[in-house]
Design a protein around this ligand. Structure first.
Ligand code: 5GP
Length: 127
């Protein structure tokens, strides 16, 4: 399926430096920053620098280098924040919303890293 990317979205503007963000990590192909309206005590967004609408777009069309960089950026944020489950870190939740039913607000791929306390169930029951 062809993907249409709107480069006026807010994360594209953050990538161009037009609006500020609270940076957590910068890599050659990715950027991580704090969510402006955190839903948990740790709420970091990780985005690719490339123009990808959502996860399936990225997974289909990004280069191997971009995919590796983005995946490793998620791991590095977890390490920087001390979230890796085990002796110290208590874990985290990784979410990527897409499209209408995913209730995606910003049409530039992002994953949410949520952590800091028990996060409850993943989704509300349908109804
Ligand atoms: P989505 O619903 O698309 O998965 O999530 C978009 C996220 O982007 C939301 O959690 C929202 O709080 C965050 N967000 C929206 N605008 C901005 C902004 O200007 N700066 C930052 N840092 N986060 C934003």
């Amino acid at each position: 399926m062809p993907y249409t990317y709107d480069d006026t979205n807010i994360f594209a503007r953050i990538l161009r430096g037009e609006i500020p963000c609270s940076k957590v990590l910068e890599t050659p192909h990715s950027l991580a920053f704090d969510d402006i309206a955190p839903q948990a005590s740790v709420h970091v967004l990780v985005i690719p620098r490339g123009a990808y609408v959502n996860y399936d777009h990225f997974a289909q069309e990004a280069s191997v280098e971009e995919i590796a960089d983005f995946t490793r950026a998620v791991a590095e944020v977890c390490r920087l924040k001390g979230l890796e489950p085990g002796a110290d870190g208590a874990g985290y939740r990784l979410i990527s919303n897409a499209g209408r039913d995913g209730m995606q607000e910003v049409p530039h791929l992002h994953v949410h890293i949520l952590a800091g306390h028990p996060l409850g169930r993943l989704v509300q029951p349908a109804g």
